[in-house]
Design a protein around this ligand. Sequence first.
Ligand SMILES: CC(C)(COP(=O)(O)OP(=O)(O)OC[C@H]1O[C@@H](n2cnc3c(N)ncnc32)[C@H](O)[C@@H]1OP(=O)(O)O)[C@@H](O)C(=O)NCCC(=O)NCCS
Length: 175
Amino acid sequence: MTFWHFFFKNTRKKLLPQEIENIEPKETLLIKNSNDLNNIYITINKEINLYELEELCDSVGWVRRPIKKVKTALDNSFVTVCLLEKQKQRNLLIGFARATSDHSFNATIWDVVIHPNFQSKGLGKALMNELIKELRYKDISTITLFADPQVLNFYRTLGFMSDPDGVKGMFWYPL
Ligand SMILES: CC(C)(COP(=O)(O)OP(=O)(O)OC[C@H]1O[C@@H](n2cnc3c(N)ncnc32)[C@H](O)[C@@H]1OP(=O)(O)O)[C@@H](O)C(=O)NCCC(=O)NCCS
């Protein structure tokens, strides 16, 4: 698979430490019942049902990963964002993204996904904007990600740029 290394340089005002501390995990109503959607909530939350996440990743055709390793990856993530559709019986996980970080300067975004039934409704953009906002609250200045070639424009519309100043992402894989 080809990846592109994308960078997002944060130029907005820095937040004070007390402002950062005040930001608690929360669940926010993103979309109230509309014609084709039930209530959609966005939440910053590490309490994720791993099997629901696996189903979501299956729905876009991603190769399955060992669930124990996924759990470790989530436990060690800096920020995770979920989109939930509130149904009568349960909440359905319809979107997900997470970021790892050095907790100081840099963060890298992984596993950005919206369920196919909910794509092209602006939810991917909302998910990413929430993640970027949260990283910004935590005073992260450089945000990177690896984009599949078919979604380059999705990330460009969010302000990401490829190869800034000619800097290239490089990979090492075991033979
Ligand atoms: C990529 C993905 C997260 C986008 O989510 P989405 O909810 O469909 O996107 P949105 O409706 O919020 O679109 C936001 C903008 O990006 C554009 N966009 C969305 N998907 C795009 C795509 N595949 N290619 C190019 N542009 C795209 C939209 O046209 C829209 O532009 P606008 O703001 O000018 O109207 C979703 O299609 C997905 O989960 N794909 C499968 C998994 C995947 O490829 N993840 C990324 C791995 S790097």
